[in-house]
Design a protein around this ligand. Sequence first.
Ligand code: NAP
Length: 492
Amino acid sequence: MSTAVFASRERSVIGAVNKSLYIGGAWRPASNSRTLPVYDPATNAVLCEVADATPTDGLAALDAAVRVQRDWAAHPPRERGEILRRGYELMMRRQSDLALLMTLEMGKPLAESEAEIAYAAEFFRWFAEEAVRIDGGYSTAPNGTGRLLVMRQPVGPAILITPWNFPAAMGARKIGPAVAAGCSMVLKPAAQTPLSMLALAEILAEAGLPDGVLNVITTSDSSGVIAPIIADGRARKLSFTGSTEVGRVLLKQCADKVLRTSMELGGNAPFLVFEDADLDAAVDGALTAKMRNIGEACTAANRFYVQRPIAEQFAQLFTERMAKLPIGRGTEAGVVVGPLINAAAVDKVQELVVDAKQHGAQVLTGGKAIAGKGHFYPPTVLFDVNASTRMAREEIFGPVAPITIFDTEDEAITAANNTEFGLVSYVYTTDLQRCLRVCERLEAGMIGLNQGTVSNPAAPFGGIKESGLGREGGRTGIDEYLETKYVAVALP
Ligand code: NAP
């Protein structure tokens, strides 16, 4: 592993981040003084070291969150909203530096990092507006002799766990509603990408978030640090974004303390193109749905189903565009395809491609990992992929697009739904009745109808089936952090 020589701006954004644990408003080293390395996936060089929290540090973070919960819940909603609004403004003011930091630790091209910072900041703006709209109810009991008073209160201290693929947005999508609702937090980012969240913690402190409301712990021992926090019982909520596999483990742990949970888990998105689709729009949408975040998104199109009369033409147009996408370190101008997160991710993608080839798929472009420094895999299109391939069932999490031909609408919908996942689906058709018919039958929490992205802070993001529980963002996003309390009022 080499120690890289970084350009001075890169050195300066990394140098500006506090790399300690953020507990109770103070930055402190891990109790055993250990650190863990953060790598640049484009070069495999070590960017820096951050504190490596122990289980004791995790419990200290929980103590800090518990200590402030009562006062924080009593904080005026308007002030909670204004903290978020200032957070939004500070993020946008520093968008360029935050984006560079994200590209360095995660690999995505700078333009995508900038878009993610704006998307993340929008959650603060959205929930700044929601903080003052928490309502309740007052009604007359049906028999007329009593009153029903309903109040909504913060759930309590929340554990927030985020993945490496969207290092800022997945955290902001949880912190925004938690702050708005009046919950204190212990947040654990992925060990691979801790820097964006550490930077965000500093921004929120600057925006006026009281000490102890947000505590951030970085660790190489996720299970060892999180399990005791859940088992402690004082945290009342867990919000997790990550794989279904880990989500299941956490749900079991939460069951013991009956914690409220929000689970944003894996996906296996189908992308359906019907013969009456606007073909150019479908190709544009396919590129977005597949290549956003280098294919490393839970919302990434994982299976393309194209109706027979247009299948070859779609494949040709899509392949031409995929083959031309510039590959390189995300910091370089014009790069669209950055590195995958690590060597294991490249190996997994390669395995899935080999498996598809063995099952008869034709490689139209790409299909082989790029040798050399960093973890690069080229945009790949596979044609005539059948349902027995592993990639029909598993998340690819890379820039590989398998195309399968279908004949009838019913066949396409059945194939699309033939998965335990249900996060998002994409549909391209210009027939209004088909739009509605297909959307009603698709088993997914979200549908991109003639568009290749669904993410929007104002919309309820989340999945059904094994893709998760609950919704983030939108009007209902704050509900995940609120309890409903009913008071039976005697009034003869
Ligand atoms: P992951 O391996 O499940 O990890 C997610 C987070 O959980 C990381 O912070 C990880 O920390 C932590 N973690 C792992 N094992 C844990 C345990 N036993 N106890 C407590 N925490 C634990 O997922 P990933 O590889 O980072 O992210 C990719 C996955 O996230 C994909 O499946 C993707 O579809 C999903 N995702 C879903 C959404 C959505 O909104 N539905 C959005 C983005 C991503 P360490 O990595 O440091 O161990």
